[in-house]
Design a protein around this ligand. Structure first.
Ligand code: IMP
Ligand code: MG
Length: 176
């Protein structure tokens, strides 16, 4: 059996996402492309683009699929692109959006993929940041919440493809 203990409630997440959108527009303006990293960022991204709209932005939306985790709680350390990389940014800024920066391998890989395309600049945003887990030196430009080295699920984030549907973020507790 697995139980999930709430870490961030729905209304806390909503308030933070709204504030993040204001930070983003303040920094990069209203005309840019959001690239969400599948699958983990899909819920965060859906809320973030609507918060960006309320903050006055008119972002274009792209998606990119990266895979790194197997079915467990630790990263395989090997990041792979599944499918194509979006590449037509008309010289405008790009905002790469992921759920969590953990070792940093995925965000560094995604940022490298997009660098050298025709973006004016590649900005990065993550809902959650686990700085203590970093293996490569990368920090997201915009972070929702900093957390300790704990395994979280919900709000798009999974454990072996479960719990993505939870509207809140929680800690997985395995009990015998
Ligand atoms: P990184 O490449 O090690 O930074 O890992 C980033 C990806 O690993 C995130 O986008 C998540 O999909 C996944 N991940 C990292 N930490 C967790 C966690 O606590 N729960 C579920 N997935 C996680
Ligand atoms: Mg991910």
């Amino acid at each position: 059996m697995t139980t999930v203990k709430t870490l961030f409630k729905e209304d806390e997440i909503r308030a933070r996402v709204d504030a993040l959108a204001l930070e983003i527009v303040g920094e990069i303006g209203t005309d840019f492309t959001v690239i969400g990293v599948l699958k983990g960022a899909f819920v965060f991204m859906a809320d973030l683009v609507r918060a960006l709209d309320r903050a006055g932005a008119e972002p274009r939306i792209e998606l990119m699929r990266l895979s790194s985790y197997g079915r467990g709680m630790t990263t395989s350390g090997e990041v792979k692109l599944v499918g194509n990389t979006p590449d037509d940014f008309e010289g405008k800024p790009v905002l790469l959006v992921d759920d969590i920066v953990d070792t940093g391998l995925s965000m560094a890989y995604g940022k490298d993929l997009l660098a050298g395309r025709n973006a004016e600049n590649v900005w990065t945003c993550a809902l959650l940041d686990k700085p203590s887990r970093r293996k490569v030196e990368i920090n997201a430009d915009f972070v929702g919440f900093e957390i300790d080295d704990v395994f979280v699920v919900g709000y798009g984030i999974d454990y072996a493809e479960r719990f993505r549907h939870l509207p809140y973020i929680g800690l997985v507790e395995a009990d015998e």
